[in-house]
Design a protein around this ligand. Structure first.
Ligand SMILES: [Zn+2]
Length: 374
């Protein structure tokens, strides 16, 4: 990964490059990143820059052998420490480490804006306690005591130092305090306030601010192949978190659910100016998106009907969706739900025959509102 692949954060990138050029690299640096922010990509890009054999003015070259190894996160002088379940026996540690490292490399290279919950879900660790263990700290101490393989620097990237077990923190503090020469620690934290003061005081702190909405929008259009309107909408809901924006795109159903929920709440309240806005959003989306949204809605209404008829085992919804269906079934009568179901189905037919999306959707919204409020 190179600096150029990360949108924005220009001042931070410049000051890191300048620290190398001026020979002022702090041996322990802490990236205090916003959630879903650029903390990990910046740390990886900086490591790539430091190891690059053909440094450019403001970035690594992206082509030399070291850059190529860094693109796959397999450079032997860059070590990653990240939360994971602890080994049941110390003797199992190396095996666990090898297994998770393989996954980590793919995860960090492909989803560098992720947070700990994404990592937990990625591995199916939901029922496990993840942390940076005492064994990890021993591993760190062992690693820094060895010579670097190829180059000038040995770099340790510690993701989520706030997940350090207190016993691990003590060992790590010691190596932060007395680092062997040419060893650099890059800590990437997302919960700065939860970090031990002793760690903060031993590191140089860089704030990695949330991305600007505009930056996220442009990144999504350029890298995720989506249209301006969708990108704008996703960026607006992302609160400066690239991780969240990408997640939302990859989980369009969830967005469809949120859109559906808002829409139904407006219908229920008879919020006509809100419905006009929703209609305009609908008109701006692409034809396949319009169809998806309505098909998603009709599936939810079907589930609400089933849930109301007490056929809960047929309702395959979990979490917020399941809860909403229960509630929705509670305040909407069965005939109302059936009429809404029919209306959405007719609306899909009209749109397939090229009816005006604005008139069709607004009309549908008014009908739904009438059914829900009668
Ligand atoms: Zn290079």
């Amino acid at each position: 990964m190179q600096f150029a692949e990360i949108p924005g954060l220009d001042d931070l990138k410049k000051s890191l490059v300048a620290s190398y050029k001026n020979n002022h690299i702090a041996h322990a640096q802490l990236f205090n990143s916003a959630l879903g922010g650029g903390g990990l990509p910046v740390a990886i890009s900086f490591a790539t820059y430091l190891l690059c054999e053909n440094k450019q003015d403001q970035d690594s070259c992206g082509e030399c052998a070291n850059c190529q190894k860094m693109a796959k996160l397999i450079h032997p002088d860059v070590h990653f420490i990240y939360p994971k379940p602890s080994a049941s026996k110390s003797s199992d540690y190396d095996k666990l480490q090898t297994e998770t490292l393989k996954k980590w490399r793919t995860f960090a290279a492909e989803k560098p804006y992720s947070d700990i919950n994404d990592w937990v879900a990625y591995n199916g660790y939901e029922n496990k306690n993840v942390l940076i263990s005492r064994e990890d700290s021993r591993n760190i101490i062992r690693t820094v005591s060895m010579k670097s393989f190829e180059g000038d620097f040995k770099i340790l990237i510690i993701w989520y130092p706030e997940f350090m077990h207190p016993a691990a923190a003590n060992g790590i503090l010691k190596v932060l305090e007395e680092p062997p020469t040419q060893t650099i620690y890059l800590l990437v934290s997302y919960a700065y306030d939860n970090l031990l003061a002793t760690i903060k005081s031993r590191t140089q702190i860089f704030n990695v601010t949330p991305f600007k909405e505009e930056v996220i929008k442009d990144y999504l259009v350029e890298n995720k192949g989506i249209d301006q309107t969708t990108a704008e909408k996703v960026a607006r809901l992302s609160n400066g978190s690239m991780g969240k924006a990408i997640y939302e795109l990859e989980h369009a159903d969830k967005m469809a659910y949120e859109a559906f929920r808002n829409w139904m709440q407006m219908c229920l309240k008879g919020d006509y100016s809100g419905l006009l806005n929703v209609t305009e959003d609908f008109v701006r989306s692409s034809k396949p998106q319009q169809r998806n949204q309505l098909e998603f809605s009709i599936a939810l209404i079907r589930d609400a009907i089933l849930s109301k008829a007490d056929n809960n085992e047929l309702v395959n919804r979990e979490g917020a969706e399941g809860e909403f269906i229960q509630k929705f079934g509670g305040f909407a009568s069965l005939p109302a739900l059936e009429k809404i179901y029919m209306s959405i189905s007719e609306c899909l037919g009209h749109l397939a025959r090229n009816a005006s999306p604005r008139i069709t959707f607004m009309n549908l919204s008014l009908q739904c509102s009438k059914f829900l409020r009668s």
